[in-house]
Design a protein around this ligand. Structure first.
Ligand SMILES: Cc1cc2nc3c(=O)[nH]c(=O)nc-3n(C[C@H](O)[C@H](O)[C@H](O)COP(=O)(O)OP(=O)(O)OC[C@H]3O[C@@H](n4cnc5c(N)ncnc54)[C@H](O)[C@@H]3O)c2cc1C
Length: 405
């Protein structure tokens, strides 16, 4: 039997979250955050009180022990509320990378950052990208060498979400660095993941990028200049960091799918209200098939993608709980979500803006925040669209057809 229903607890959780976002995150508040360029501490604290921060961490570590379906519900609701996508970025980066760090880190790192991030007192993010290495993670240049009981890191990470937040609130990043020369046949080997606190000696923010969207959360760069870390800051096993990085990407990508579903739903609702009352040629413009059919197509596609996202979240839960699917099987579906939903959401925002005519082009209308924010996920935050196609193609055709060596 196939059962598409959510549990009573999940329905109640969605309702509670919707009530909270309606009270705390109306669109005027989102506009204010987008203009000021920060998420208020009060909101972060309330997210912590609601159990939203690293909600995927187990209860014995202070998290909510949420499964992936429930975490997708939260991502969808936050995307519905904050169409600029800043709060969803905070939520999903922590629920995915915080989850992976918590799962593989030492008790010291868990105390130092995970438990504090769960309480809203620190930020934990991912720092993989470098100026010469984005999609091709294995080509990164950051080096970590062992000196006695310490690791010494040198390099620079760029386009990193949350650099200013980690500096201000405390916390740091899952940093991936090379620890052994790559064998010629497998560039991804010899890489290790570390927890790098932003207040470690030798860590310095080198830039805040002026992004076009999701303005309330920073995107920056930081250098690591002879940063000395104890062995306890290694996440998982030495030289096996690439696999943890892929695990983190998978967790983040499914939540991006759910976030973009919520944002697309909100855009459609804003559009429906508008086309029912805006008149042209003597009737509401929603009566013209040129608009109504586009609405119907978008709604139909939204339902299809919603099924894909929640089916994939269910697969993740089945994998983590019962080992039902392999990681690569699930990754193929996750990549389908990341490939399709952000671009679809972007198209929905574009359609609704066009329905709104000149008003849609102004900042009195909230839609432009969505268009700017969602584009970050089409461009490539947590992996570009072509990288999703490569993951899917690899599963369909086998590794020998992967278009890189
Ligand atoms: C707002 C924002 C926030 C970000 N936050 C973070 C963060 O927190 N942490 C972090 O580590 N990174 C972050 N990133 C970086 C993101 O992970 C990279 O942008 C992404 O991995 C792509 O890398 P790149 O930008 O260097 O593009 P490139 O890798 O240079 O790719 C450029 C283009 O070439 C295409 N391409 C590359 N290889 C292939 C191929 N084999 N076949 C076909 N096409 C290919 C890509 O699809 C893309 O269209 C963020 C990016 C943005 C925009």
């Amino acid at each position: 039997m196939v059962d598409f229903s959510f549990t009573e607890e999940q329905e109640l959780f969605r309702k509670t979250l919707r009530e909270w976002t309606q009270r705390k995150l109306p669109l005027e508040k989102i506009r204010e955050m987008d203009t000021k360029g920060e998420i208020p501490q009060e909101i972060v604290k309330e997210m912590a009180d609601l159990g939203l921060l690293i909600m995927t961490a187990p209860q014995e570590h202070g998290g909510a022990g949420a499964d992936w379906v429930t975490t997708c519900i939260a991502a969808e609701e936050l995307g519905y509320a904050d169409i600029s996508i800043a709060i969803p970025v905070l939520f999903l980066v922590e629920s995915s990378w915080g989850y992976v760090v918590d799962k593989h880190c030492t008790p010291k790192v868990r105390e130092e950052v995970i438990k504090r991030a769960i309480r809203g007192e620190a930020f934990i993010g991912i720092a993989s990208t470098e100026s010469g290495s984005g999609s091709d993670v294995a080509s990164l240049k950051t080096m970590a060498r062992k000196e006695g009981n310490e690791w010494v890191l040198n390099g620079e990470k760029v386009y990193i979400s949350g650099t200013e937040e980690a500096k201000k609130w405390g916390g740091g990043f899952f940093v991936i660095a090379r620890t052994a020369p790559a064998p010629p046949e497998a560039a991804h080997k010899g890489m290790t993941a570390f927890y790098v606190p932003m207040d470690a000696e030798g860590v310095e923010i080198s830039k805040r990028f002026e992004d076009m969207g999701r303005m309330a959360i920073s995107t920056g760069a930081f250098v690591m200049n002879n940063v000395r870390l104890p062995e306890e800051n290694v996440i998982g096993e030495v030289d096996k960091g690439f696999y943890l990085t892929m695990e983190g990407f998978d967790c983040a990508r499914i939540l991006i799918g759910a976030t973009c579903l919520g944002a697309a739903q909100r855009a459609l609702e804003i559009g429906i209200d508008y086309i029912k009352q805006r008149k042209a040629f003597g009737r509401p413009i929603g009566k013209f098939e040129g608009i109504q059919f586009e609405l119907a197509d978008d709604w139909a596609m939204l339902q299809a993608l919603r099924s894909l996202v929640y089916r994939t979240a269910w697969m993740m839960d089945a994998r983590y709980k019962y080992g039902k699917f392999s990681a690569l099987e699930v990754a193929q579906y996750i990549s389908a979500c990341k490939l399709l939903v952000p671009m679809f959401a972007f198209e929905v925002f574009k359609h609704v803006m066009l329905w709104m005519g000149a008003f849609g082009y102004t900042k009195e209308c909230p839609l432009e925040m969505g268009l700017r924010g969602i584009m970050s996920y089409c461009i490539g935050a947590e992996g570009s669209m072509n990288i999703q196609r490569i993951v899917i193609g690899r599963e369909l055709l086998g590794k020998e057809y992967v278009p890189y060596k």
